[in-house]
Structure formats: C-alpha cells, structure tokens
Design a protein around this ligand. Structure first.
Ligand code: AMP
Length: 143
C-alpha cells in the first residue's frame, strides 16, 4: 500500500508544497490543509510506511522524540489549552492518506470560528470475566 506514492510522499519529494513547521533527518511536520482547528499540524516520518506498526524502531524513536516538542510549539503559537494527538491506521479507522501521520489538533477553549478541534464519539465496553487477562497475555506474548 505504501509503495504507491501518496500525497505526503509527493510533499517529501518537493513535488507539491506544504506549510512546513519542522524538519529533521527523519521527520517532517506541516500544517494540515483541512484543519479541524487553528494550528492543526501533521507530523510524518520520512520512511514510507502506511501504518504505525510498520515503522522501524529508529523512525518511531525519531517521531517520539519530537512529538512533545511540536505539541508545545502548537500550544504556544495558538494559545489552545488542550489538544488531541490522533493517529489513524487503515481506511476503516479513518485513515485517508496511506503514509503514517500524527495529527496534533488543538482544542480551543471557545469556538473562535477557526474550528472546534476533534469531536469524538466514545462508547466504552467492559472487560468480562477472564477474557481481559487472557487478552493481556495474548498481546504480551505477541510482542
Ligand atoms: P487521515 O484521515 O488521518 O489520513 O488524515 C489525512 C489528513 O491529511 C487530513 O486531515 C487532510 O486534511 C490532510 N491532507 C491531505 N492532503 C494534504 C496536503 N496536501 N497538505 C496538508 N494536509 C493534507
């Protein structure tokens, strides 16, 4: 899936422009073209992988190293008191661009007309009986 150049690959290749806010050897960050709120920023690895679990440890570490710094910068620049970090994997999980990306989405304290940030529908279930313990064991064994 990641072999076909995506719009983010074309940005990395300089074929199409972006509003860049940060770049290093492994990571590029730029403003989302369809922001959910003022300051909505995308952070992408330069490694061309569609989903998070496909990244190398090196690329994952590079993303983790800069994400908090970028969140601080977005909050400082926008004045937003809160934010969501969103990372979608797969079309059914709302991933539209098949190149790993983290959204930093400021949550403004009031609707300032630039967007209200991420709106979520969250409907929690529950862990029943031994199922939770078995599931935790299965995941732990798969690492
Ligand atoms: P997702 O649904 O998680 O795959 O999000 C893809 C995001 O990429 C959306 O928020 C789009 O607005 C954004 N996007 C698509 N094309 C561009 C572009 N050329 N420059 C900046 N952001 C883009």
């Amino acid at each position: 899936m990641a072999d076909t150049p995506t719009i983010f690959d074309r940005i990395l290749d300089g074929e199409i422009p972006c509003l860049k806010v940060y770049e290093d050897d492994h990571v590029l960050a730029f403003l989302d073209i369809g922001p959910l709120s003022n300051g909505h920023t995308l952070v992408i690895p330069k490694q061309r992988k569609a989903m998070l679990h496909e990244l190398s440890d090196e690329q994952a570490a590079a993303l983790g190293r800069v994400l908090p710094r970028l969140c601080r910068a977005v909050m400082k620049a926008t004045g937003a008191p809160a934010y969501n970090v969103l990372q979608n994997n797969g079309a059914s999980a709302h991933q539209a661009v098949s190149h790993v990306h983290f959204h930093i989405i400021p949550k403004p304290s009031a609707d300032d007309g630039t967007g209200t940030g991420l709106e979520m529908h969250w409907s929690p279930g529950s862990l029943k009986g031994d199922a939770g313990a078995l599931l935790a064991q299965a995941i732990a064994a798969a690492i």
